[in-house]
Design a protein around this ligand. Structure first.
Ligand code: SAM
Length: 337
């Protein structure tokens, strides 16, 4: 289950020894007999010999193979395996003709990035918090040298491995590592995607400094985050959850995010998109049957949060503010050294 084509050969400044040690530790975990690992590894192993005859990575749906590539029995098996990887948060995918309508229509976020996307051809890219690899497949459309996904959860790891065993893209790699491991990758990446991560970190500026150090001179980072409205450089710090999501620490205004980035050492920081979230973009589907956007109502937690920032957006009514509860902000920055 290891990459035969090791991208580490491309990263001369990375700490190969420590990365290989961590990989070995992770391999032990992934191959352990614990039920939590087996319940994803065995399904992966049951289908990882199947290959897709075609790929379409240029459209909103990542298409891997067609129904004709498989026998009826194989098709049933793949369907069962893919259902076993629920909940599907990121997508959409079509795998051997099976449509996977994920909770997020991730193609919308990608469409927002497209106008400012740097040239990815031949580049070494990190996708931090890559989940099942939806964006990695979209990046592959542009022929990068290597895309390295950082994702610490084995559920997502095996989902990606399964998809890529069908797709057979040897320039896509996934490490069972987190953003906290970026210090092992000094001066390594031309482009870093840091999307949906920063508000989950207890020390966002420290993390941005780690991102900065992991990049090559002249590299580009694309940061995407939940945000709050307002013109002041402030961040919301929820007592516990934000819009029911646990593990949320600082939710910044766009200008605050920009300032964090500048303080971390980035130059030419540019806010290129802000928009409110919608139920068209995030919703419950047959492939993600749990709570979704429409359930994130202004409950007790939401009301408390909205009051906490009311003073910062005095010209907005609370109702107006709530529309922005899950607003996203995207920032592009280029290192100029
Ligand atoms: C909100 S999702 C964002 C996914 C994707 N980047 C996007 O923008 O749609 C956060 C992702 O980060 C992953 N994650 C959790 N802890 C992490 C860590 N310490 N480092 C990197 N990623 C992490 C989660 O498993 C999840 O896939």
């Amino acid at each position: 289950m290891s990459d035969t084509n090791d991208y580490l050969d491309l990263l001369e400044n990375a700490d190969h020894k420590k990365i290989l040690n961590l990989r070995e530790e992770n391999r032990h975990k992934l191959f352990s007999r614990k039920k939590g690992y087996l319940s994803y590894r065995l399904p992966y192993e049951s289908v990882c010999n199947l290959r897709a005859s075609s790929l379409d990575l240029g459209g909103e749906v990542v298409r891997i193979g067609s129904a004709d590539d498989l026998t009826a029995e194989e098709h049933q098996q793949v369907y069962r395996v893919l259902r076993g990887f629920m909940p599907w948060r990121k997508g959409p995918f079509q795998v051997f003709g099976i449509d996977i309508d994920a909770e997020w229509r991730s193609n919308r976020k990608w469409d927002r990035l497209l106008p400012i996307l740097p040239d990815l051809k031949g580049k070494i890219i990190a996708d931090v918090g890559c989940n099942n690899g939806y964006y990695m497949f979209r990046m592959a459309h542009f022929n990068p040298e290597a895309v390295i996904g950082f994702e610490p959860y084995h559920h997502h790891y095996f989902t990606f491995r399964t998809l890529n065993s069908f797709a057979g893209l040897d320039n896509l790699h996934l490490e069972l590592l987190g953003v906290e491991h970026l210090p092992l990758y000094a001066g390594s990446f031309d482009v870093v995607f840091l999307m949906g991560i920063i508000y989950h970190r207890i020390s966002p500026v420290e993390m941005l400094k780690d991102v900065w150090k992991s990049m090559k001179k002249g590299g580009t980072v694309l940061v995407e985050s939940q945000a709050i409205p307002g013109d002041e450089s402030v961040a919301l710090f929820p007592e516990d959850r934000y819009a029911k999501v646990p593990g949320t620490y600082f939710v910044p205004t766009a200008i605050c995010l920009k300032n964090w980035m500048k303080r971390a050492g980035f130059h030419d920081v540019e806010i290129f998109c802000t928009h409110p979230m919608s139920r068209e973009e995030q919703r419950r589907t047959e492939w993600m049957v749990f709570e979704s956007y429409e359930d994130l109502k202004p409950d007790t937690d939401g009301r408390r949060l909205s009051r906490a920032v009311a003073g910062l957006c005095q010209r907005r009514s609370i109702t107006h503010y709530l529309q922005f509860l899950r607003q996203f902000r995207e920032i592009r920055s280029t290192i100029l050294l």
